[in-house]
Design a protein around this ligand. Structure first.
Ligand code: ATP
Ligand code: MG
Length: 890
């Protein structure tokens, strides 16, 4: 499990190929082998987990079995095998540097939860690798490592498998223990030694293909003697699919195998270069292939590029891939063209990718377009920074500058680094990293949910099982208190009011937030007190009622009555059923590609996110709203059924890509038009929605649109509000009926237009009068009138008109007018044509502007300037006057 990068020959040379086994075949062989050993074949977990706050993406096969490893919750099997989609952000910088690290990769695993242990794990791994029926690898090319103190493992490898001691190396806890270094440094909890298996090709550079982890200890406190044997020992192994496929296909680079080489070639085709491992375009094309593959899988699951967390990783990967193309001279978006090829090489194991090719491509293309725009602008700024650095005799860009480019301009730090290197300039990366840390803003769940949902107490409660959910049938029930979570700890009893705490019951009618539907609110009553629930959250099978004690006290074991806020729940049911109807209407109107990307269901209010490349037309929106209300009016029955997931899929029930479903799923059916996987609370008949209004259609992320609707009373209230508004406007414009409004408003607009025209004529006349007076009273220098005047009362645009009027009326004049309004100074200088040789209005205005802290310029006849020190305006006008007299007097 170490993260240190080894160097590996950057060569694609094909060593004596053994079987040329295809990757698809290898995947199946592995799973078949372990099924043969009694393991249950389980599907891959999602790539983007939504219920595990500790990781952004699934990093290994064992993650979906965390609870089984911790001994929490029910366990209906004790041996499993999977092929898991993984994404390791920690390996981003290894991609292209080594030839066997990807961001996205597949991990083949076999797992035991208190079932088989070290002996079987080692024997089976060996059998799979070397037996002719399976991979048939040459035993002498395999070497293994074991943890320093793990004599048991070394004994098995040496005495039972018969490995030469030279093929076995012992390594320390940082190399061969999981978690790395945990005996010394912690954390406490389950841990154990591991044993890695390496393959050495003829070139002599070995690569790790499989890691066997023997979780056999519980760490308690600091060494020595802190590793206690677990009563039930576990096995967790991970074999890299791509690495092993490379071995089987006789390559030293993963990127040459049958599911990756076509992507490198395709990238080359699109960019007009030929992919070759060792050529300068080799590494960029490998990165592009890797990153787009990772993004395709993540976006398929609904994870779109964005500013935070996993969304940011996807943005970063797309930008890095796009940047590689940019550095190879590509100026248009191109990444999305790889998507169909990715779906194709992955067709066998992941046929569902085909269904989102269009949506995924669109997301990628919009993000890339946006990025390229950013690059253009960033380049200009970057060049300026390099010039500035050079002229200040610096050979590096400061970390703050680089961070500003990265953060404010979206000009990736890698881009700055690469381009700076080309210019022979370095970047202060240490400072850059500091800036980035400073800017990292805290995000995540609200503070109270965080403290109440903290893992320790919840995990402890989970050990005695989940909460039984009664909310499909009931909104009130008797229950007993199983746990009280206060201040991140379990409490036996509680009596302080006004502190947010969490309560876990043995059973509950409260719906815990999930599947887009918000958690229920309500009250929990005890013999002595009342607890107000203002949110219900779910962690696995456990429901946590979050809220505050209003009166009395609570204690574990006590009988309570839990009552959900009935009218809010009814409103949520209306909105949820309407969401399914909307989903159906969207797909009939916009086509099958309008796949769901997410939803949020609240009381009589819902929003639905879906893949669609453009905004909806008014006709489309109306048609959608009509269809929804038609289906409501039909009063179709709504039924729910629980069935095996495969049966539900066969029936064509719509599932959300990237959502994790159990083996038995709940399917919600409406009439014969809608069938969806859904755990939410619904009406029994579509007619109960009453009415549904579409209130908004907006863009929320590249290629993802959001429709918001109101249902039932809220929809009515909304319409009433609009009517009231109309009525108010009607009263203001004195219309007696709504139909009269447009005509009335148009008439008002006409009136206004006429009035404005008159006003401006009048203003010109009065400006003309003002100009005449100024010309008349003006002091003369020789036969030239010199007019300097302050006019705060005029509008900004009128200043210029005043100057023009003066120039038109006076035979020969030099003018400077100024005003200070709202803290801003404006100055305009002008001269009649005949004075063009004597002085420039531009110089005059500049001379004055200097005093008010501003600048400007223009032509010899007319020039403008601004300033920001209004209290100095009079002084500035004096300065201007002196300037003019000086010019004209001389
Ligand atoms: P390395 O030291 O090579 O990064 P690791 O110690 O991080 O490997 P594990 O966490 O033990 O690897 O994962 C189990 C197996 O998954 C590895 O033996 C390897 O075959 C595969 N693997 C791990 N990381 C990657 C990656 N980034 N790309 C492809 N395969 C990987
Ligand atoms: Mg690693």
């Amino acid at each position: 499990m170490n993260l240190h990068a080894r160097t590996f020959p950057q060569s694609p040379c094909r060593h004596g190929s053994r079987s040329n086994m295809k990757t698809d075949e290898l995947r199946e062989k592995y799973l078949d082998f372990f099924v043969g050993k009694g393991c249950l074949r389980r599907p891959s977990d999602v790539l983007v987990p939504k219920d595990d706050p500790t990781v952004l993406f699934t990093p290994a096969g064992m993650n979906q079995f965390k609870n089984q490893f911790l001994g929490i919750g029910p366990l209906d099997f004790t041996k499993a095998t999977t092929c898991q989609k993984c994404l390791r952000t920690g390996d981003i910088s290894n991609v292209g540097v080594t030839s066997y690290h990807h961001t996205f990769f597949e991990m083949l695993g076999n797992f035991s939860f208190g079932d088989y242990f070290k002996r079987e794990a080692i024997h089976w791994a060996w059998e799979f690798l070397t037996d002719k029926k399976w991979l048939g690898l040459e035993p002498s090319r395999l070497t293994v490592t074991a943890y320093l103190d793990d004599d048991e493992a070394v004994g098995i490898w040496q005495n039972e498998i018969g490995l030469d001691p030279k093929q076995i190396t012992r390594e320390d806890e940082y190399e061969n223990f999981w978690p790395a270094g945990s005996p010394t440094n912690g954390p406490d909890g389950v841990c154990g030694p591991c044993s890695e298996i390496y393959y050495t090709p003829p070139s002599g550079k070995k690569v790790e293909i499989w890691n066997l982890v023997f979780t056999q200890f519980n760490r308690v406190g600091d060494p020595p003697n802190n590793l206690r044997p677990l009563p039930k020992k576990n096995i967790d192994t991970g074999m890299g699919l791509e690495r092993t496929a490379a071995v089987m296909q006789g390559f030293e680079s993963n990127y040459e195998i049958d599911i990756l080489r076509p992507l490198c070639d395709r990238g080359g085709e699109i960019l007009g270069v030929k992919y070759d491992f060792a050529s300068p375009v080799g590494r960029p094309l490998r990165r592009i292939a890797d990153h787009v593959r990772a993004c395709t899988f993540a976006i398929h699951e609904g994870c779109v590029p964005g500013p935070e967390k996993e969304n940011y990783i996807i943005r970063l990967l797309l930008r890095r891939a796009s940047m590689e193309g940019f550095l190879l001279g590509k100026r248009e978006p191109f990444l999305s063209q790889l998507v169909p090829m990715i779906a194709e090489v992955m067709r066998k194991p992941y046929p569902e990718l085909h269904q989102t090719i269009e949506a995924v491509s669109h997301v990628i293309e919009s993000e890339e377009k946006q990025f390229l725009g950013v690059v253009e602008r960033g380049l200009t700024k970057f060049r300026k920074l390099v010039d500035q650095a050079r002229s200040a005799n610096r050979t590096s860009l400061s970390g703050d500058e680089a961070f500003d480019l990265h953060q404010t301009d979206g000009f990736l730090i890698e881009l700055t680094e690469t381009l700076a290197a080309q210019e022979g300039v370095s970047v202060d990366m240490a400072r850059f990293k500091e800036c980035r840390e400073e800017a990292k803003k805290a995000s995540g769940r609200g503070a109270f949910a965080d403290s109440v949902m903290s893992e320790g107490p919840i995990d402890a409660l989970k050990k005695s099982g989940g909460t039984e959910f009664l909310g499909y049938e009931a909104i009130e029930s008797k229950a007993s208190i199983r746990g009280i979570i206060a201040d991140k700890k379990l409490a036996e009893s509680y009596s302080s009011p006004l502190v947010t705490i969490g309560i876990v019951l043995d059973k509950t009618p409260f719906y815990g937030e999930s599947g887009g539907q918000v958690g229920d609110t309500g009250t929990i009553r005890t013999a002595s007190g009342e607890f107000t629930v203002y949110d219900t959250q779910k962690d696995g099978e456990l429901f946590v009622h979050i809220g505050q004690l209003k009166t009395g006290s609570l204690k574990v074991g006590e009988e309570v009555t839990a009552s959900v806020d009935a009218s809010r729940r009814a409103a949520i049911r209306r909105a949820h059923s309407a969401t399914h109807i909307l989903h159906h209407a969207l797909r009939t109107t916009l086509g099958e590609n309008a796949t769901q990307r997410g939803s949020k269901v609240e009381g009589d209010q819902l929003r639905f996110d879906f893949a669609h490349p453009r905004s909806l037309t008014n006709e489309e929106l109306i048609s959608i709203e009509d269809q929804i209300n038609q289906l409501i009016a039909e009063g179709a029955p709504i039924n729910t059924r629980v069935m095996p997931i495969n049966e539900a899929k066969k029936l064509g029930a719509m599932a959300l890509f990237g959502e994790k479903y159990p083996d038995f799923v709940r399917v919600v059916e409406m009439g014969d038009f809608s069938r969806e996987f859904c755990g939410g609370t619904h009406l029994s008949n579509t007619g109960q929605v009453g009415i549904c209004r579409v209130v908004k259609d907006e863009l929320v992320a590249a290629g993802v649109r959001r429709i918001s609707c109101f249902t039932g009373p809220k929809a009515i209230a909304r319409m009433r509000e609009s009517e009231n508004l109309l009525r108010e406007v009607g009263m203001l414009v004195k219309a007696t009926t709504a139909e009269e409004l447009p005509r009335k408003v148009a008439a008002l607009q006409d009136e206004l237009r006429v009035a404005k025209k008159e006003l401006s004529q009048y203003a010109s006349q009065s400006l003309a009068g003002m100009a005449a007076k100024l010309v008349n009273d003006a002091p003369m220098v020789g036969n030239i009138k010199v007019i300097v005047h302050r006019a705060d009362e005029l509008a900004r645009e009128q200043l210029k008109e005043l100057v023009d009027q003066i120039r038109a009326q006076a035979g020969s004049a030099a003018v400077l007018v100024g005003q200070a309004v709202d803290g801003k100074v404006s100055l305009i200088a002008g001269a009649t044509k005949d004075l063009a040789q004597r002085f420039s209005a531009s110089d005059a205005v500049k001379a004055a502007a200097k005093l008010v802290g501003g600048g400007g310029g223009g032509r010899a006849e007319l020039a403008e300037a601004g300033g920001k020190i209004p209290e100095k305006l009079d002084e500035a006008l004096q300065e201007g006057l002196a300037f003019l007299k000086n010019k004209l007097g001389g």
